[in-house]
Design a protein around this ligand. Structure first.
Ligand code: NAD
Length: 733
C-alpha cells in the first residue's frame, strides 16, 4: 500500500504525498485511511518534524471516496452493516481530528505542529474534507481546477467531517451552496467561499505551504471551535438570526426536494443538531446521520445508478470488444434544432464536423446556433474567445454532399419522414467511403425500416439524442436487427468522445425512453378526462420526484407533436390502439389552438413573455372535476407504474438487455424520480410481490395497461428482486 508516502525534509517539514498509482485520480480506500493514521502518528511523534504538508503526486488532488469501499464495508458486515459503517466513519473522524489537533495541549491549545495542505488541482469529497481538517489550505492557481463537496448529487452528504467543519467555518447559510447544492468552485471562488485560504502559482505551491508551516504560530493553528467561547457564525439554532436561517433552510430543502431526497434533510439535521453541542459530539452526530443515509434504500439506489453504473456504461460496459472506433470527421445532415446541437457538442469535443442542410441559409442557421451557445458560455466566463473560434472553425456548414468525403460517421437529423430520410441516406452513401457508419437520430421510426435505404444495414444504427442536445446527458443507441458490432462500437466511442452517457437498446416502437415517457404523459391526460383535478395530477407527480408533471411536460414538448405521434401510432396499431380517451383531450386542446408553451397556451396559462402562470382554468368547462377525487398515492402510483411497467416490458421483450441501462437511462433521459435510482430500483424497493399485487389493483381499477407483466409476476411469486436476478455482483451497491 503506497497510496500515501511521507518524506521528512532537512527543513523539518514532513511532506505526505497522496498518489494512487493505479488510478488517474486519487480516491480514498479503507486501507489508505489506516496508512494516513500511521503517517500522522509518525510525524507528530518525531521531534525532528516541525510541521506537515499534505499534497498530491498528481495534477489533481482527489476525486473523493471510493464508493465501492462503502459498499464493501456494508456487504462484509454481516448482520449489522450500520454499526460497521458508523465505526468506519468514526475511525475517519479520529484520524482527521488527530491531524487537526496536531499534538497540541488540550487545555492551552499550545505545542501543536502546523499542518498545511497544498492542493494541486481538482479536489472533491473526502479530499476536501481532509483539507478542511488541516490548518491552512493552499490551492494551485488553475482556473480549470475545482474544489467542493458534491456528495449530495449522488444521494449522500459529506460525512467525513466536512458538513460539521464547513458549516462551523462560514455559518449554515453561507455553507448551503457548497453543502446542499454540491457546487464545485474554481480556486478564486473557493477562496471567497472560505474553502481555501490562498491561491498560489502552481510551481510555488509546495514552497509556499512549507514556508507557512515553518512560520505558523500556536494561535494560527487552533481551529475556532476549539477556542473557549466559540460561537457559530450566523447564529446557532436558538440565536435569533440562526433561528431564521434554520427555519428558512428547512422550508427551502422541503420545497426543493419535495421530501423525497433523504440526504439533504439528513445534512441539515446534522448541521442543526451539531451546532447545539461541542465539536466532537457534533462529529458523532454527523456520523450517525451519515450512517442513516448510507443505510437508506434511496441513497444506495442513487449511488448505484448515478455513480457506479453510470460510470460503468460510460466506460463501455456493453461495448463489443473491437479496436478503438474514435470519430475523426463527422457528417451531420439536417441543421435544425437537433442537427445544430449535435454539430455543436461534437465540434466542442474536438471533432471536425460537416453540417449539411438543403439550403445554405439553413446550414448557416445551424452553425449560428452553435455560436449562440458559445456566446452564452463566454458571458458566463466559461468559454474563451480562442475556444469559441476553434469550435466554430471545426463546423463546416454547406449544402454540398461532396464535403462529406473522409467522414467516418454520419448522423442524420432531417425531418421525421421515411421518404425524406431514405433520399438523404442514399445521397450520403454515394458521397462517403464504404466503411462509413450511418446513424439516424429518428425519435419514432423503426431503424430496420430506415436501414432499407442502405446496402450495408450492418453499418446502419440509431443514435437518439435528447433535446436540448447540449444539456441532456443521455444518448440512446438503437441496434437494428441487422446492425453490426462495429456500428455499435462506433456509436459508443462517439458518445464517449462527446462526454455523454450511452445506453444501447434494440429496435422497437419508440425504443426505450419515448416508450416509457409517452404513457406517463398520456396517463396524466387520461386523468384530466376522468375529472381528476389537474393540480392534483401535477403535484402528485412532483411530490413523487418527477421533475415535471405530465401536463407541463406535454406543454413543453407541444400538443401538436403529441397529436402527430398519436395519429402515427394509431395508423400503425389499428384496432389495438389503446389511447382514444387521451386523444379526445389532446385533439380538443389542439382545436382550441392551445398547442403548449410555444403558443403561450396549453394545459397551463402563460403571460405574453411565455412565463407559466398556473393551470388553465378553462379546462374545467370541458372536463369538470369529479366529485370524488383519488388520494395522492393512488395518483402517484398510476404515474410511476405506467412508466415502470413499460420498462419491465422493454426488458421482457429484449429491447433492454441490461437493467443498469434501464435505470440510468430513465433518470438521465426523462428524469424518472431520481431518488428511486430508476424504475427497476424502485420496484426492488417496493418488493416484487407487492409491485405485482399493485398492478392487479390498478388493472382492476383502470384497465389492462396496468396488467402485471409475466416477468414481474414470476419474480413476485419467487420473491426475486431485479438487481438480485439481473444485476451483477459489482452493481449491487
Ligand atoms: P427540425 O425541423 O428542427 O430540423 C430538420 C432540419 O432538416 C431542417 O433544418 C431542414 O431544413 C432539414 N432538412 C429537411 N429535409 C432535408 C433534406 N432533404 N436534406 C437536408 N436537410 C434537410 O427538426 P428536429 O427537431 O431537429 O428533428 C430532426 C430529427 O431528430 C427528426 O428525425 C426528429 O424526429 C429527431 N429528434 C427530434 C427531437 C426533438 O426533441 N426535436 C428529439 C430526438 C430526435
Amino acid at each position: 500500500m503506497t497510496d500515501f508516502t511521507m518524506e521528512k525534509g532537512a527543513d523539518g517539514v514532513a511532506v505526505i504525498t497522496w498518489d494512487v498509482k493505479a488510478r488517474s485520480m486519487n480516491v480514498l480506500t479503507r486501507e489508505a485511511y489506516a496508512l494516513v493514521d500511521q503517517l500522522v502518528d509518525d510525524a507528530l511523534g518525531d521531534p525532528g518534524v516541525k510541521g506537515i504538508v499534505l499534497t498530491s503526486g498528481k495534477d489533481t488532488f482527489a476525486g473523493g471516496m471510493d464508493l465501492n469501499t462503502l459498499a464493501s464495508i456494508s456487504a462484509e458486515a454481516g448482520d449489522d452493516p450500520a454499526q460497521a459503517l458508523f465505526d468506519f466513519t468514526m475511525g475517519g473522524h479520529r484520524v482527521l481530528r488527530k491531524l487537526e489537533r496536531a499534538g497540541m495541549d488540550a487545555k492551552t491549545n499550545k505545542g501543536g505542529k502546523p499542518v498545511a495542505v497544498a492542493i494541486t488541482g481538482t479536489c472533491a469529497g473526502i479530499g476536501t474534507e481532509i483539507a478542511l481538517a488541516c490548518h491552512r489550505r493552499f490551492m494551485a492557481d488553475n482556473p480549470k481546477a475545482k474544489i467542493g463537496l458534491p456528495e449530495i448529487l449522488v444521494g449522500l452528504f459529506p460525512g467525513g467531517g466536512g458538513t460539521t467543519r464547513y458549516s462551523r467555518m462560514v455559518g449554515a447559510m453561507a455553507a448551503a451552496p457548497v453543502l446542499l447544492e454540491g457546487k464545485m468552485l474554481d480556486p478564486k471562488s473557493a477562496k471567497a467561499a472560505g474553502l481555501i485560504d490562498e491561491v498560489v502559482a502552481p510551481d510555488a505551491l509546495l514552497a509556499r505551504a512549507k514556508e507557512w508551516v515553518l512560520s505558523a504560530t500556536d494561535a494560527e493553528i487552533v481551529k475556532p471551535w476549539d477556542v473557549k467561547g466559540w460561537k457559530m457564525p450566523g447564529g446557532a439554532p436558538y440565536h435569533p438570526a440562526g433561528f431564521m436561517t434554520f427555519v428558512g433552510a428547512s422550508a427551502m430543502i422541503n420545497g426543493k426536494t419535495k421530501g423525497v431526497y433523504p440526504a439533504a434533510k439528513a445534512l441539515l439535521s446534522s448541521v442543526y443538531e451539531g451546532a447545539l453541542v461541542d465539536f466532537d459530539t457534533a462529529l458523532k452526530i454527523e456520523a450517525r446521520w451519515f450512517t442513516h443515509i448510507l443505510m437508506h434504500p434511496s441513497s444506495s439506489a442513487m449511488i448505484r445508478s448515478l455513480f457506479l453504473n453510470k460510470e460503468a456504461l460510460e466506460k463501455g460496459a456493453n461495448r463489443p470488444a473491437l479496436p478503438d472506433q474514435k470519430v475523426t470527421k463527422l457528417g451531420v445532415i439536417g441543421a435544425g434544432m437537433m442537427g445544430a446541437g449535435i454539430a455543436y457538442v461534437s465540434a466542442n469535443a474536438g471533432i471536425e464536423v460537416v453540417l449539411i442542410d438543403a439550403a445554405q441559409e439553413a446550414a448557416d442557421r445551424g452553425k449560428a446556433h452553435a455560436e449562440s451557445i458559445l456566446d452564452k458560455g463566454m458571458k458566463r466566463g466559461k468559454v474563451s474567445p480562442e475556444k469559441k473560434a476553434q469550435v466554430l472553425d471545426r463546423i463546416h456548414a454547406t449544402t454540398d454532399y461532396a464535403a462529406l468525403a473522409g467522414c467516418d460517421l454520419i448522423v442524420e437529423a432531417v425531418f421525421e419522414d421515411v421518404g425524406v430520410k431514405a433520399e438523404v441516406t442514399r445521397k450520403v452513401l454515394a458521397a462517403v467511403h464504404p466503411d462509413c457508419i450511418f446513424a439516424t437520430n429518428t425519435s419514432t421510426l423503426p431503424i430496420g425500416e430506415l436501414a432499407k435505404a442502405s446496402d450495408s444495414p450492418e453499418q446502419f444504427i440509431g443514435i437518439h439524442f435528447f433535446s436540448p442536445v447540449d444539456k441532456m446527458a443521455l444518448v440512446e443507441i438503437i441496434r437494428g436487427a441487422k446492425t453490426g458490432d462495429r456500428a455499435v462500437a462506433k456509436a459508443l466511442d462517439f458518445v464517449r468522445q462527446i462526454r455523454k452517457t450511452p445506453i444501447v437498446v434494440n429496435d422497437a416502437r419508440f425504443f426505450y425512453a419515448n416508450r416509457c415517457i409517452i404513457p406517463y404523459i398520456n396517463e396524466g391526460i387520461r386523468m384530466v378526462a376522468e375529472g381528476v383535478a389537474p393540480a392534483l395530477i401535477e403535484n402528485a407527480a412532483k411530490l413523487v420526484g418527477m421533475p415535471l408533471g405530465p401536463l407541463q411536460l406535454v406543454d413543453e414538448t407541444s400538443i401538436d407533436l403529441g397529436v402527430k405521434i398519436a395519429r402515427a401510432t394509431k395508423a400503425a396499431m389499428g384496432e389495438d390502439y389503446p389511447d382514444d380517451a387521451v386523444d379526445e383531450v389532446l385533439f380538443w386542446m389542439a382545436d382550441q389552438g392551445r398547442m403548449g408553451r410555444k403558443a403561450k397556451a396549453g394545459f397551463y396559462a402563460y403571460d405574453d413573455a411565455g412565463k407559466r402562470q398556473g393551470l388553465w382554468e378553462g379546462l374545467a368547462a370541458r372536463y369538470p372535476l369529479a366529485k370524488e377525487q383519488p388520494d395522492l398515492v393512488q395518483v402517484q402510483h398510476r404515474l410511476l407504474f405506467i412508466q415502470t411497467l413499460e420498462a419491465v416490458r422493454a426488458l421482457e421483450q429484449g429491447v433492454l438487455t441490461d437493467i443498469r441501462e434501464g435505470d440510468v437511462g430513465a433518470i438521465l433521459g426523462w428524469g424518472f424520480a431520481p431518488w428511486s435510482g430508476g424504475p427497476f430500483s424502485w420496484v426492488d424497493m417496493l418488493g416484487t410481490p407487492y409491485a405485482a399485487e399493485r398492478c392487479d389493483d390498478l388493472a382492476a381499477a383502470y384497465g389492462a395497461r396496468f396488467a402485471c407483466p409475466a416477468l414481474l409476476r414470476e419474480m413476485g411469486d419467487k420473491g426475486q428482486s431485479f438487481y438480485g436476478r439481473f444485476g451483477t455482483k459489482s452493481q449491487a451497491a
